[in-house]
Design a protein around this ligand. Structure first.
Ligand SMILES: [Zn+2]
Length: 130
């Protein structure tokens, strides 16, 4: 799993349609990440986005991941958890957040706390659709 610092701009061919794309949740072994409680509504919304991906989701940006992603933290414990989808969430001011589908697993199992702007975008997306 390639490490990308949270909120880094993700450039390149794969995201040319999304010029303001920022990375969220690209965690890897050996890199510190924020741990905290995520609002339950945001986690629930992420779970819905995640389940909506099954069968129809975009495969992860090949340039970044080679289409495959395994959880480093589970691997360190001798377990395996792999996913190959990505989530895109539109935030304010045209920003788009690109997260691996694995971000739900990171929050659930490894206490990852994504940046506040990402959590806000998730919650705002829910409000727009209800
Ligand atoms: Zn894991």
């Amino acid at each position: 799993m390639p490490y990308i610092e949270d909120l880094s701009l993700v450039g390149g061919e794969a995201s040319c349609d999304w010029p303001m794309t920022r990375a969220v949740g690209w965690l890897a072994a050996g890199h510190e990440f924020a741990k905290d409680r995520v609002p339950p509504e945001a986690l629930e919304r992420l779970r819905l986005l995640h389940s909506a991906l099954n069968g129809s989701g975009r495969i992860l940006v090949p340039a970044i991941t080679a289409g495959l992603q395994d959880c480093d933290f589970c691997a360190a414990d001798g377990n395996h958890h792999g996913e190959n989808m990505e989530l895109r969430v539109r935030g304010r001011d045209g920003a788009v957040f690109l997260a691996p589908a694995m971000v739900v697993h990171y929050i659930d199992v490894h206490d990852y706390c994504p940046p506040a702007v990402f959590v806000e975008a998730i919650l705002a997306a829910e409000r727009r659709q209800t």
